[in-house]
Write a protein that binds this ligand. Sequence first.
Ligand code: MCA
Ligand code: AMP
Length: 494
Amino acid sequence: MIKLIERAKNWPERTAIKDQGKAFSYSELLQKSQSIAIHLLGTETDLSEQRVAFMVRPGFDYVAVQWGVWQAGGIAVPLCVDHPLPSLQYVIENTNARTLIVHQEYEQLLKPLVAERDLQFYIVEEFPKVEKINPLPTFPDSRRAMILYTSGTTNLPKGVVTTHQNIQYQIRTLIDAWGWDMNDHILNVLPLHHVHGIINVISCALWSGACVEFIPKFKADAVFKRFKKGEINVFMAVPTVYYKLISYWNNQDERTQKELSNIFSNFRLMVSGSAALPVSVLEDWKKISGHTLLERYGMTEIGMALSNPYRGERRPGHVGQPLPGVDIRLVGEDGVVVKEGEQGEIQVKGPNVFKEYWQNPEATVQSFTDGWFRTGDMAIWNEGAYRILGRNSVDIIKSGGYKISALEIEEVLRTHPTIKDCGVVGLANEEWGEIVAASLVCPGQKPNLKALNEWLKTKLPSYKIPRQYIFQEDLPRNTIGKVTKKALQRCFQD
Ligand code: MCA
Ligand code: AMP
């Protein structure tokens, strides 16, 4: 049986999840997830890596569905609950999912797809309880467990496949490194179609017998309200979330600020990751909460790889040292491992590293060299800790912790009738890390930008929509006619 799920039997009465004011025990989670597994299996004895896509809000139902798919032997494909239909359709088609599970509120949105692809369709709220649980399939840990989509240097996102073994390793290394135990209580504010929320927050908590509490959507006031109750002692988020919490705190009167700051004496750990944590945010948060954020570095393909220590010096602007069992090397452009103090690409090896890009052997082969995974992130080893210097591709943008491909947005923009050509870049931004910006070449009538964004929202998730536009007669190009993105970034400053 899957270790993460098997462990739940050790503490059936403990609270696993708090969701919308209701507490659910580990035994309830096991029961519901096993019922779901039985329904998914129907007359089969094993889903044998069939892909099961699900669009379920973060909360008890989400975990029950994920565990249900795993116990039935399927591959879990979590869909982003905020994505427009084309993005959802892409994932469902790319994984060739035969089954789709949704919260009722998403039924209307996905109905056309269900009919078109003849999907087996379930509404979570309607899964009846199964009284008698038939034996569930057994399989080795090498089985594929999950596909998460991540943007790369190609225009369309790639499916990252992890096995149960990968996931188990990713969880265990964090349990040891960050001192998780069953008395922990974490608040999840992150979306659950990415590693940060799925592995670092919910799976680590549930592995430990701890409690994970959900709020439906991140809102600074709702977070502080939960913190005030005094139960939560662990928190993990992207830098933008800390930025927003700091802004909220700054806007309170002095008495409220004091009251809010007192809450943090209960906390044992606060982590930041998914994007570079500005030193100013680390310092402001320390002033407010008394906590030095633990910054770590990870990626969908590898889980977590580098982390500042739980005990010991957390150095601002640095991401610490390799996690136990994770091998790291820095490699120069010539393919040779660099000397200390020189910059190179981070390459990673270890049981945490993913199996493959889904049905994309070419991309899988290209992303490895001699068995090392090439992250595309540049770093330097600086007196005992790694420091991330940025990515080796300007076509990857990180905004609010989301990884975004400039090429994907350009492809969509070029399909607009008024746009002949375009160039998309990321611009440094205090709150979001980077914001998406687009230069448009429109020889005829220029589009109305508000209308353009409304049009884009039907095709792309909101975080991929450009926040700044310029119009140009032509894009800046080098002598061989290639768009020079660095020069384009400067055009926005001008
Ligand atoms: C939203 N807005 C933006 C952006 N997103 N503006 C600029 N850039 C953006 N990226 C605007 C909206 O248009 C809206 O504006 C307003 O902000 C609020 O939008 P909303 O969607 O409500 O935003 P939010 O809920 O406040 O979102 C902020 C967020 C979210 C909570 C930080 O971006 C988020 O959940 N990020 C986490 C992503 C994540 O989990 N990444 C992990 C992947 P208006 O009000 O004008 O309409 S990386 C990973 O997993 C690896 C392994 C790792 O290392 O962790
Ligand atoms: P994703 O592909 O969405 O999993 O995003 C992974 C990417 O986020 C990495 O390749 C890095 O570029 C970035 N990232 C994650 N953590 C950090 C960090 N602490 N500092 C800088 N960049 C980070």
